[in-house]
Design a protein around this ligand. Structure first.
Ligand SMILES: [Zn+2]
Length: 114
């Protein structure tokens, strides 16, 4: 056996012992970290989307119930219930391709439009 071969064998043995140490230490660190990480993450992902949905629903309610709708009184019959329709001939705002149309209020009692 040449000196070079002996050196290579020693290096290989060193690598083997190092690998053995790594193999022994890895399961300890890997088993402790996955257990800790999955528990908080599903809880965070389930709470966050619902909170976002709640906020979106609140925003939708705010848009659906403008103060005008409750105070508006039909000049024809005095009714206060109105259906809102977008008047697409009147564009109030245009932001990034999204058009906000003027709203028409149609009396639910007599159909008066204004
Ligand atoms: Zn009316």
């Amino acid at each position: 056996m040449s000196e070079f071969e002996q050196k290579v064998l020693k290096l290989l043995e060193d690598i083997n012992t190092k690998l053995d140490k790594l193999m022994k230490t890895e399961p300890v660190t890997s088993s402790s970290t996955p257990k800790a990480s999955p528990e908080p993450s599903p809880a965070a992902t389930t709470v966050k989307p619902s909170a976002i949905v709640d906020k979106q629903e609140e925003d939708a309610r705010m848009e659906e119930k403008p103060p005008v709708e409750g105070r508006r009184v039909c000049p024809e019959c005095g009714g206060t219930a109105f259906a809102t329709h977008e008047d697409k001939s009147q564009v109030l705002h245009q932001m990034g391709g999204v058009k906000i149309y003027a709203k028409k209020y149609i009396c639910k009692k007599c159909g008066y439009e204004h």
